[in-house]
Design a protein around this ligand. Sequence first.
Ligand SMILES: [Zn+2]
Ligand SMILES: [Zn+2]
Length: 545
Amino acid sequence: MQITCLGATRTVTGSSFLVELDDQTCFLVDCGLFQGGRQIEQRNWDISDHRPQDIKAIYITHAHIDHSGLVPRLTRQGYNGPIYATKATSELLKILWLDSAHIQQMEAQWQSRKNKRVGRKDIEPLYETVDAEAAIALIRPVEMNAPLELIPGVTSTFVSAGHILGAASLHLSLQAADGAHNVGFSGDVGRQKQLIVPDPEIMPRVDTLFMETTYGQRLHKSIADSEKELMDVITQAFKEGGRVVIPSFAVERTQELIYVMAQAYRDGKWPGEMPVYLDSPLAIKATQIFRDHPEFFDDETKAILDSGQRPLNFPFLTPTPSTQESQAINDKKGPMVIIAGNGMSTAGRIKHHLKHNLWRSDCHVVIVGFQAQGSTGRQLVDGADTVKIFREDVEVRAKIHTIGGFSAHADQAELLTWLEPQIHDGLCVNLIHGEELQSLGFAKVAQKRFPNAHFHVPKWKEVIRVTPFAEVAPLPVEEFPEPAARLAMPQRRAMVAEVRQLRDRLDEVMLEILTGERDLDQRQIEALRQVVEGAEAALAQWEAA
Ligand SMILES: [Zn+2]
Ligand SMILES: [Zn+2]
């Protein structure tokens, strides 16, 4: 039995894990798109290791594209098995896959036009609408907290992870000749007391855990402070007669903003009749999916519904789905709030709103989400005097506010809180879904706090063996009847321990360099890396023999 890490290793995107049983049955847990620059996005094109022809099923922990966005690429290459996800995730996948296919087609068209001018060939899109539609037809919604044997020998249970509507951790009980091996995938872990969604829950006991570490080295501000900051900006803009422009992600963040505004309205704190334009077709559809699935809300949000009120709506919220309605916003006078996508201001209607408003000193831009290096949103956060929008230099006279507490990811303290009840002697924790510094830093902190568990930060395409020669708590040697195995076990264990020690040493050196505790010595790193690779190769050779 083994698990190959196909993505989200020492980086955030591309989450995907190939699980292979001893009888060759294999399936995927998540199938995410790599995002964030040409080099890493190159990985989206070769999916042979995802084995679209062999896998029996795909389990999706939640709808975010970095966990699901490569599925249409697999259907394009012939995958036609089931796709398992919770009900809310299933609904969100439908709109996000179609949106992603549209983006892929636009990008290919744009690149092809560029190529044409220099006499090069057309580019084919990663996938198209038909591939997304094929994927949608394969979705099989399953209940949260229901252990189901959907593949013979594999019992799977989705457990609520908070984060976004419908998001789950996945617990797998894998049957082998020597008993069951339990593996857990955290998915993305939400924050405690996050708005709308419940707090992340604890999975049943696992022997091997794959755990996200997006903010393994960071602490967030409180959500309550962020709610107040948002309402302060809106109230201020109302007094000045100005505009509030909020670039926002369509799923979860937009609904959290609406939740805070609706709450202010119910509390009598909404300023006058200030309108809020929800100017994103995707966010409008996502908001409707949220409203249609209150069974995935937390108790606080359910209580608002039970009292006969609307947690995700209020009289001044105006959706503007059509292009005409969107353009008409510019001609309107007086104070207003505009929520538009995308969240990093790199595409979508937000670009028009920034172009029309950034130069105005009575405009407030509120940044409420993660901004990748190089994005327009990041330039605004970093205090740029001008930004380029549609090839035009736009002067920034608007006030830029960054509100950090709306994150949908647990911070270091919250990750440790989530992990603690799952710790037991010999638990093997693979830290994934974080930039290298975040994952390695978390490994250091967690290893110190939980010395009886083992923490490891896998590399891209690394294979984690889970049984029958489980690296964690191996069976007593006497239980293996063949003399060869009896001899081999201690020897193998020693080799595994040596490789592990060397890898940890390399990680430690890398971490010290990243945190500035040590000067970069490329030769020393290379030397260490060679030793690790040498030991890994020796182990692989020995195992193959
Ligand atoms: Zn996510
Ligand atoms: Zn993610």
